[in-house]
Design a protein around this ligand. Structure first.
Ligand code: MCN
Length: 791
């Protein structure tokens, strides 16, 4: 990997690539994942899943399974009907009239996708439970299924939820402030283009499959749940609401979690099942997902058809963007399914100063695994559409795609978008300049021309993506305005212990992002202690009751700001102790790096000394509460707006159609960077996921609704061998609304990279007249596009 030297100037820990605190435990196998946990008397749950995409359940006979060796119980959906007061939660009813079907943890009347749970078996061991699950007899009446999102809107299509009489789930429109402005801009435009793109369905592949273990204490009615989840706090609230277990009696722990990428931002049927079965049986119940089971039962991502139109002046200034999305919900609405396409709805104008904007989203039920958050969630789709459309406009006008981008960039900040939100900061030209410099644009274009000239069998293509992203979810009042059921704030508590060691409790729930490290860096700098002296605690509702967890690249943008505010409160308290003990007014104290100094003297008191004084409580100001700790809850005033320029250089083998990414340059504006190595890792992973969508991955269903790509053998997750050595650099336009000036990074790579790669493939194939290609751009698709383009 080539990384240009980080240019942050720092004397503290922030900005340094300190080694990750988490890694010693992870690399030596001492981190404890759910599957490492065993409890006395623990039993195992296995879910019996429908082999049919659409089938009425006539009856479920569990008697043979119940009689099998080691089996403790077996239940159908009907058997467990009284366990829940409400269906699984759906927290984002995007419109008032949304069709919101009840989603019970086990199907009761119909199975609606291959993998839908229809029964459970609980046995002494996992193997015995699996064997007995095969003895459950389900009498299905198989019904015709529909898996294609557009076909599902046909009047003749099978209806997934009979009660609605349609597969349309909702229609959600958004138009800029001036009604009719979009139509007017299109009517007056010198040039218009209309493009149609397919966002294929993707399957998240966290390295650790899902898993859950619930321990009941029947005497007190208490439950402890360990789950491989991104959202222990949201789980606790929603499980309490749906199962009737009092919230205070339910403790949710996210132990070591091996990644999620959105797939563990869920209140899953299996979590709810283990909890109610532990209550019913009075035993600890464990479930661990198998990989191919996860392909069916963990939610999927993307799966939408996009139509995007641009209106422009003759010179290429974009005057309006109009978008229509047809988005697959899958068979049920999970936690935030309907809201995922909306997360992109505000940024289909990209980093460009467009005049007018309108979008309509239609959510559609299909007989497929439900969709929900997958890295980027709505924003990779938006960025793909606008970045490809800008290239299409450049082709139509015969302009350089770089120049067309520059012509349209937003250059004044804060910038209010035609969609209504305000980007607080950015400098898109600066990132693009730096990326072109790293690339050596002219040289690569020259080589491209030479290869074309000599008819080289390996043609070069150059693809750009100058993106802006909306992350750091989110200002609570905006979430409320768009009908999301929860808030977007987060919390931090800082305790300076008597010895001066610092304990930080965060409401986030990291699962690979390295918060122990970056939170330690921030706290150590603010409080003037060593990095090693900071301990970061997370992922357990018993000691961090306040939190909204980790997703949407919100942790640093929201939880990091809460950490900063908590530190300010601790410093303010310590200042009172220093003023009292040094016998000067608070204003006469300077504070830097953990030490208060009386102005113009060398009389000092450190935060550590103040903490010891706060513990002995022998000499505190009147009314001062002993102990040195503070909690802050931070609700962000705006989203976080990272942006930048990504460039892919692709070599296409014209004989086989194979596209190979040979160079990848990413220049991102993340404001203040806390830990460059962690950030690079986030960008590497993100870009790899974006390349995966462009070239490799696709969930394919057959006409009966079977998932054809049902295993990691035929669902092509790329490895390091399929990616180039990334060339990374950064520019910085610090966020004015974040106390550290930082912007989120967790999704940038995924959001930016997919269109860069596809634009590059299309650019390589320009001599063949190719202007479009579906994802993933497999060798076969590329080869066929070349043959069709030639005709
Ligand atoms: N960071 C930094 N400087 C910045 C921005 C971030 O040093 N300017 C650091 C943060 O302090 C944090 C990490 O980078 O340690 C990521 O921060 P942030 O952008 O706030 O993202 P989150 O921590 O909220 O993580 C969520 C994000 C998402 S939405 C997905 S999806 C994703 C991702 O993180 N899933 C991941 N990265 C992942 N990484 C791993 N290993 N596993 C996943 O499942």
């Amino acid at each position: 990997m080539a990384v240009t030297e980080e240019r942050t100037e720092t004397t503290g820990y922030v900005g340094q690539s300190v080694a990750r605190k988490e890694d010693a435990k992870l690399l030596t196998g001492q981190a404890r994942f759910v599957d490492d946990l065993t409890l006395p008397g623990m039993v195992w749950m296995v879910v019996v899943r429908s082999p049919h995409a659409h089938a009425r359940i006539r009856s479920v006979d569990t008697s043979k399974a119940q009689a099998a060796e080691g089996v403790i119980a077996a239940f159908s959906g009907q058997d467990l009907a009284d366990e829940w007061g409400a269906p699984l939660p759906m927290a984002w009813p995007v419109t008032e009239d949304i069709n919101n079907p009840p989603h019970w943890p086990l199907a009761r009347d119909k199975a609606r996708y291959v993998g839908d749970g229809v029964a459970v078996v609980i046995a002494e061991t996992r193997a015995l439970a699996k064997d007995a699950a095969e003895l459950v007899e389900v009498d299905y009446e198989v019904l015709p299924a529909v898996t294609d999102v557009e076909a599902a809107l046909d009047d003749a299509a099978p209806v997934v939820h009979d009660e609605f009489g349609t597969n349309r789930c909702y229609t959600w429109p958004l138009e800029g402030p001036e009604p009719g402005a979009v139509d007017k801009a299109f009517a007056e435009a010198a040039v218009t283009i209309k493009e149609r793109y397919r966002q294929q369905r993707l399957i998240p592949n966290a390295i650790e499959p899902r898993g859950v273990l619930v321990q009941p204490v029947p005497a007190s009615g208490e439950f402890t749940m360990w789950s491989a989840t991104q959202i222990p706090h949201i789980l606790r609230v929603t499980l309490a609401l749906t199962t009737g277990i009092p919230e205070a009696k339910l403790r949710v722990i996210a132990p070591a979690v091996g990644g999620g990428f959105g797939s563990k931002l869920q209140v899953a049927p299996e979590e709810s099942l283990c909890l109610v079965l532990a209550r019913r049986l009075g035993k600890s119940v464990k479930w661990i997902e198998e990989r191919s089971e996860g392909y069916l039962a963990t939610h999927h991502g993307r799966d939408m058809i996009q139509e995007i139109e641009l209106a422009a002046t003759a010179e290429g200034k974009i005057t309006a963007v109009r978008v229509r999305l047809t988005a697959a919900m899958g068979a049920y609405l999970r936690l935030v399914t309907p809201g995922i396409p909306l997360l992109g709805a505000w940024v289909y104008g990209g980093s460009y100063a467009i005049g007018a904007y309108g979008i309509e989203i239609v959510g559609v039920f299909t007989n497929t695994t439900p969709t929900d958050a997958y890295r980027g969630a709505g924003r990779p789709e938006a960025t793909y559409a606008i970045e490809r459309a800008v290239d299409a406009l450049a082709r139509k006008l015969d302009k350089d795609p770089v120049e067309l981008r520059r012509l349209n960039f937003i250059t004044e900040f804060p910038a209010t978008l035609a969609s209504g939100l305000t980007i607080d900061s950015g400098d898109f030209n600066a990132s693009l300049d730096r990326a072109l410099e790293l690339l050596d644009y002219d040289a690569v274009r020259r080589e491209q021309a030479e290869r074309r000239e000599r008819g080289d069998s390996k043609q070069l293509g150059l693809g750009f993506s100058t993106y802006v992203e909306m992350c750091g979810l989110a200002p609570s009042r905006i979430l409320g305005a768009i009908r999301y059921a929860a808030g977007g704030w987060d919390a931090a508590t800082i305790r300076v212990l008597p010895t001066g060691a610092v304990q930080v409790v965060t409401g986030l729930s990291p699962h690979g992002q390295g918060h122990e490290t970056t939170w330690s860096q921030i706290a150590a700098d603010l409080l003037g202690v060593a990095y090693e002296e900071v301990e970061v605690l997370y992922g357990d509702t018993s000691f961090s009751p306040l939190g909204m967890d980790t997703y949407g690249s919100r942790s640093l943008a929201v939880g990091g700001a809460a950490l900063y505010e908590a530190a300010q409160k601790v410093i303010a308290k310590a200042r009172k102790i220093a003023s009292h003990q040094l016998e000067v007014a608070e204003e006469d104290l300077d504070y830097e790096g953990g030490t208060f100094t009386v102005k113009g003297t060398d009389r000092k008191l450190t935060v550590k000394e103040a903490a010891f004084g706060a513990w002995t409580a022998h000499n505190l100001p009147d009314g001062f509460e002993p102990g040195l700790e503070a909690t802050a809850v931070y609700d962000p005033p705006n989203f976080s707006w990272p942006g930048g320029a990504h460039i892919a250089v692709v070599e296409v083998d014209t004989e086989t159609g194979a596209a190979d990414v040979v160079r990848y340059i990413a220049v991102d504006d993340l404001g203040t960077v806390i830990n460059p190595t962690i950030v690079n890792g986030q960008i590497h992973g993100g870009i790899t996921q974006g390349i995966a969508q462009a070239l490799f991955e696709e969930a394919v269903y057959d006409d009966e609704g079977n998932l054809v790509t049902g295993s990691i053998l035929n669902y092509l997750v790329p490895t390091a061998a399929e990616t180039p050595s990334f060339e990374l650099d950064r520019t910085s336009a610090p966020s004015p609304t974040h106390p550290l000036g930082s912007k989120g990074v967790g999704e940038t790579g995924t959001i930016a990279s997919t269109p860069a790669v596809i634009n590059a493939v299309i650019d390589a194939l320009a001599p063949y007249g190719v202007t479009d290609i579906d994802m993933p751009a497999t060798p076969e698709r590329v080869w066929r596009a070349m043959q069709e383009g030639r005709q």
